[in-house]
Design a protein around this ligand. Structure first.
Ligand SMILES: [Zn+2]
Ligand SMILES: [Zn+2]
Length: 153
């Protein structure tokens, strides 16, 4: 089935969207190969002044306008995915809960998904220390070292 058949044509948008989608045969994702924003979401120019997000455009082409206040979320966790089978509607709270859940499961053994340590220091820039592939918080290491010195006095 041609990808374009997934969408209802409006102003050439469906054609422009499907022209730059690449199917991932493993996940079934239809990944937008055009421009993306900093978070990895695909962007496409639409009739309104706002930049269109490709996953939102894909959902609207398939189902009609997104109800006010709802977000289009991706089950597959691929921000550029436009496969309507992977998209579902949720609230902002759902979105945040979903991201937190995914963040936890991804954090796994190497901490790579964590942005802050358990005390809330940023795990980035100068405060991030990498030791044999593990990420450590410099501020916490310094606190710990101070505690140790105090304890041995
Ligand atoms: Zn997907
Ligand atoms: Zn810390």
């Amino acid at each position: 089935m041609p990808i374009a058949a997934l969408y209802v044509e409006t102003d050439g948008l469906a054609g422009r969207l499907s022209a730059k989608l690449a199917r991932n045969d493993v996940t079934g994702c239809l990944l937008w190969a055009g421009s993306r924003n900093a978070k990895g979401y695909g962007t496409i120019s639409v009739a309104t002044s706002k930049p269109g997000y490709t996953h939102r455009v894909a959902w609207e082409l398939a189902h009609g306008p997104i109800p006010e206040g709802l977000c289009v979320l991706q089950r597959c966790d691929a921000p550029a995915c436009c496969n309507v089978d992977h998209l579902f509607l949720g609230t902002k709270a759902d979105n945040n809960a979903d991201m937190r859940a995914k963040g936890r499961s991804r954090a796994g053994s190497n901490n790579s998904a964590k942005t802050h340590c358990k005390r809330g220091h940023p795990l980035s820039g100068d405060n991030l220390r990498l030791t044999s592939g593990k990420r450590h918080c410099r501020a916490c290491v310094a606190l710990w070292a101070r505690e140790q010195r105090r304890a041995t006095k």
